[in-house]
Design a binder for this molecule. Sequence first.
Ligand code: NAD
Length: 265
Amino acid sequence: MGKLDGRVVLVTGAARGQGEQEARLFVAEGARVVVADVLVEQGEALVKELGEEFGADVARFVRLDVGDEGDWAVAVAVAKDAFGKIDGLVNNAGILRFNELVNTPLAEFEQVVRVNMTGAFLGIRAVAPEIEAAGGGTIVNTSSYTGLTGMPLVGAYAATKHAVLGLTRVAAMELAGKGIRVNAVCPGAVDTAMTNPALLDPDADLTTSSAALEAYYRGLLPMGRIGRPEEVAALVLFLTCDDSSYITGQPFVVDGGWLAGVSPF
Ligand code: NAD
């Protein structure tokens, strides 16, 4: 018995990083998963790998730019065609840009809003009616540590991650009567390409880049280490399965204690 037997979940930004681990864990727990991303080659490779391990009908890839309304209609159609329904959504796709607010070009600000905030809105709007038609289910939105507190140089990103929590709370209230629970995860620093771009460079020395990250976070975080994408996936699984059956509208922090406080020592 898997925790997601019989479920059909669409995960955005699932070609790599946290979304990839969520797709892997969900399939291992019995779900059928729609891997949605702009990274076609990586997304298709993941679906192929999952098919080889768990059976050909466990996963489908769809090219989805979360900021594009038309792409969402296609993604929903692909999911229903493949699996007959959708009863779960993980809005995971996101981008990060570093800049001081006063130096942030409007186009850069709007690009971050388009993916992180509009993408989550369009996802809820496109998929919630399908989840309702399927008899209920779950939505998990991906906020951040910076959805709950400030951090210099990530103004556009932090604004969108705060907004994702607002969307989560309103969606939870509007959709509870339709059998849909909506929660958010707030990861701290997680070892993916977003925080560790060396992971994208085939020539990079990953031992050195990971060791540098480890050393940096050892001093910063109570738990003394960066998080693993699998640790975020485990929380997203909890919020997607029946273990969280009485929980909706909440942000869940997974950050090694970062948000617990600032140590003066
Ligand atoms: P990542 O960069 O490895 O993965 C992000 C994924 O989103 C990629 O597969 C990318 O192709 C996809 N994506 C980007 N733009 C897209 C678009 N327009 N449409 C569809 N897919 C798109 O980084 P990650 O750490 O796995 O990030 C996953 C989520 O977690 C993001 O929302 C991110 O903001 C959030 N997050 C990450 C961290 C961290 O430290 N890594 C911390 C807090 C929150």
